[in-house]
Ligand binder design. Structure first.
Ligand code: PLP
Length: 392
């Protein structure tokens, strides 16, 4: 029996796109992984989490194993609110929703705001899983190019003005990663942050600010867009995936009470009480500040190793953006198709992600690639860059 006839129109449209994760190229296990956007295995606090699991079960017995009942789900939300408060973002309990990672928050947001003809504005390039999620709801996108200073707000203004002039629909939602962007590692300047917020008011769209990497700064922590949001236009997303452990699947969205109530309506109790309670116990017993300062030091060292190795080994034609935090270095190899380069690279024992996966029009990313310094140790990073330079 053919099931497709039973699907909703939305699903019929969505499955015309590539299946999720299709972009992930095959990487042999013995490669130096400059492709992986994951935390370094040595930086996941395994021992502390093990202690937290034991401590939680001693304290609460079966409670965190029920649908509801553990007080630690509310406590986790409170702990998130306290952390946001330290960064000048003030929220009440009703203004935060804990989600199964930032990705679930993106999905819920898409679900409540996006119809099949809704225009979504995205950076070009952008985080491919967010693209995949939005593509499940619409095929109308507006792409705004990125340079070394992040999203080009002047171009955004031109594009919006042009659309308005031509009577075309304006975007309802703009999705951005203003701080330590994936894949480019760039950070939006303060002037562009102000400009972006002004445009949101002028052209009446919401901003989804994905701050998954915001805590991973090397020197200064940029101020989130949300801090300057006067009328509740910014939906702020955070995650513990990059700083504690992605497998716990804990993220959040902070926005107005009205938006949070609507998101909650669809999320219902599809929570992970046990994971949330473990995270809350971990945050109570092991101050996150200590984990973060370890990450700052370690990722800065890894990033410096990568940048030094690039400067030492890459030919002059190759260029890259130097990040001030996060996980990634974005690199341009003029005249090359980086997908083809990947095949040679993996044979030589090093991997990266070809740039094309981060663009709606994959051709736009042909000469670009993403290097990740998060996963490997500094010596392997230098080795990997050297191998890559030999191929280029
Ligand atoms: C920009 C961005 N947002 C969100 C995520 C995923 O967050 P989570 O694991 O909390 O769903 C990632 C992970 O790669 C990311 O790069």
């Amino acid at each position: 029996m053919k099931m497709e006839a039973f699907y909703s129109n939305n699903i019929k449209n969505a499955i015309q796109n590539d299946p999720p994760g299709e972009w992930m190229p095959y990487i042999p296990a013995d490669c130096i992984r400059l492709s992986s956007g994951f935390p370094a295995p040595s930086l996941v606090p395994v021992k502390q989490l093990k202690e937290s699991v034991g401590q939680l079960l001693d304290e609460e017995q079966d409670l965190p194993l029920h649908y509801l009942g553990t007080p630690k789900m509310d406590q986790l939300k409170q702990q998130i609110i306290e952390r946001l408060d330290e960064r000048e973002m003030k929220f009440a309990m009703e203004e935060v929703l804990v989600t199964a990672g930032a990705c679930q928050a993106i999905d819920l947001i898409a679900r409540i705001f996006i119809d099949e003809d809704t225009v979504v504005a995205v950076e070009s390039p952008t985080y491919m899983e967010a693209l995949e999620i939005f593509q499940n709801y619409t095929n109308s996108f507006m792409e705004i190019p990125i340079d070394e200073d992040g999203l080009q707000t002047e171009k955004l203004e031109d594009l919006l003005t042009e659309r308005q002039g031509n009577g075309l629909p304006l975007p309802k939602v703009l999705y951005t990663i203003p701080t330590f962007h994936n894949p480019t590692g760039t950070t939006l300047t303060a002037e562009r942050r102000t400009h972006l917020l002004k445009l949101a008011t002028q052209f009446d769209f919401l901003i989804v600010e994905d701050d998954a990497y915001g805590d991973l700064y090397f020197d200064d922590q940029p101020t989130p867009l949300k801090v300057f949001d006067k009328d509740g236009r910014v939906l702020y997303l955070g995650s513990f995936s990059k700083v504690v452990a992605p497998g716990l699947r804990i993220g959040w969205v902070a926005a107005t009470k009205e938006i949070i109530e609507t998101l909650f309506w669809f999320k219902k109790d599809l929570d992970h009480p046990f994971a949330q309670a473990v995270m809350s116990t971990y945050l109570r017993d092991y101050p996150l500040k200590k984990q973060l300062s370890l990450l700052h030091k370690s990722y800065k060292e890894k990033c410096d190793s990568m940048i030094d190795a690039l400067a030492k080994y890459m030919p002059d034609s190759v260029s890259w953006y130097v990040p001030r935090g996060g996980y990634f270095v974005w690199m341009k190899v003029p005249g090359e198709d980086t997908s083809k380069l990947l095949e040679q690279a993996t044979q030589k024992g090093v991997s990266f992600l070809p740039g094309k996966y981060f663009f709606l029009n994959q051709q736009d990313g042909k000469e670009w690639l993403r290097l990740s310094f998060s996963y490997e140790e500094p010596t392997a990073i230098v080795d990997g860059v050297k191998k890559l330079s030999e191929i280029i």
